[in-house]
Structure formats: C-alpha cells, structure tokens
Design a protein around this ligand. Structure first.
Ligand code: URA
Length: 206
C-alpha cells in the first residue's frame, strides 16, 4: 500500500477535519446525520481506532460516546489511561445504516483520512478496537491480510508497524461493543490495555 499517495495534502488538522465534515466520497454521506472525524490531543502518544460511528456518535458527531464508548472509557480508566490523553477515531467516519459492518468501498474511501490522521498525530501506540480496525491498520503497515483477520488470534499481541514515516506499536484487542454482550471480555480488554503504558515507556527510553 502506498501510504504517501494516500496522504491528503492539507495545511493543518482543521483543514483535514473540514474535508471530513464535507465528505461525499462514499454512499454513507447520504444516510449519516453527522460525520465523526475523531477527537483528542494532536500530540497524543496513544491512538485508539474503532470501526465506525454508531447511533449516538452519529447524533453527536463524537466517537465512542454511546454504550460501547462508555464501557471503553471505564476500561481505560481501570488501567490508568485517561480518555482525555488519547486520540480516538474510527476506520470509517460515518455511520453505516443500522450499524452494519462497513463495506469495502466505504473503508477504501475513508482510508486517506485515517492515513493522514496517523501521519499527523504520529502515535507511539495504536490500539485497534475490533477486527475491522486491526485488519485496516495492520494491512496498511504491510502485514498480509490473511495473517491479521482473526481478532481472537491476534488480540493482545504487539505488532511493530511503519506507516509512512510513523513507527508505532500496534496492539489489537476486542471491540468494547463485544464486551457489552460478553462481560468476560472486559477483563481481556483490560489486560490488553494494561500493556499500552509499557509500550510507550519503552519507546521513550529509546
Ligand atoms: N463503535 C465504534 O467502533 N466506534 C464508535 O465511535 C462507536 C462505537
């Protein structure tokens, strides 16, 4: 994947957000209420990437504010990560109708936004929430699709990734929505999130 070709040439973050807010590149623009670009400090060391906005996110224009998002915020807090310190976005920025999975053309259309966000924020650690996110980010980093499609077998593993000029550790875990229905997964997600700090510290030690 040619990351540099995917990068959107914008002067700054606000310009990128503006492009997202006015995007009509795929069919989701006709059914969305609001675009959900992402939020968080632009110098965040941790970037969380989910799948797609749900109903609440579509109404508010903010990522992870519904039930799955509230659980995510709680799990982050339980392992000592404040939501305010992470940048959170999704693979696709508009809600798919009835929360269906994003389709390939939608993921393709949104890819330049995600690439440009990663290149701007330059996170040290990217946490992929769920299989769509893990597949998207790890294939971007050159991992073969087949090797990263099964979230149960790759969750909790630390992948080294180079995306353009960004070197990051990528840590896939389950999507918090799955843990709403299967509370046992909450501990698993927490265990995975607990690794995040050590990955940052390692990078900082050089
Ligand atoms: N699920 C996601 O993947 N992203 C959100 O923003 C909300 C729910």
């Amino acid at each position: 994947m040619d990351i540099i070709k995917l990068r959107i040439n914008v002067a700054n973050y606000d310009e990128l957000v503006n492009l997202m807010l006015n995007c009509t590149k795929c069919k989701l623009y006709s059914t969305r209420k609001r675009v959900v670009p992402g939020e968080g400090p632009l110098n965040a060391r941790i970037m969380l990437i989910g799948e797609a906005p749900g109903e609440r996110e579509d109404e508010e224009g903010r990522p992870f504010v519904g039930a799955a998002g509230q659980l995510l915020t709680k799990l982050l807090g339980n392992v000592g990560i404040m939501r305010e310190e992470v940048y959170i976005t999704n693979v696709v920025k508009c809600r798919p109708p009835n929360n269906r999975d994003p389709e390939e053309d939608e993921v393709d259309a949104c890819r330049p936004y995600l690439v440009t966000q990663i290149l701007m924020i330059k996170p040290q650690v990217i946490v992929c929430l769920g299989r769509h996110s893990a597949r998207e980010v790890l294939t971007m980093a050159g991992y073969p699709e087949k090797s990263v499609s099964n979230i149960s077998s790759i969750r909790g593993k630390v992948f080294t990734a180079r995306i353009g000029d960004v070197s990051a550790k990528v840590l896939p875990t389950y999507h918090p929505a799955a843990a709403l229905y299967n509370p046992r997964l909450r501990e698993v997600i927490e265990d995975d999130l607990r690794k995040v700090r050590s990955l940052i510290n390692k990078s900082e030690r050089g």
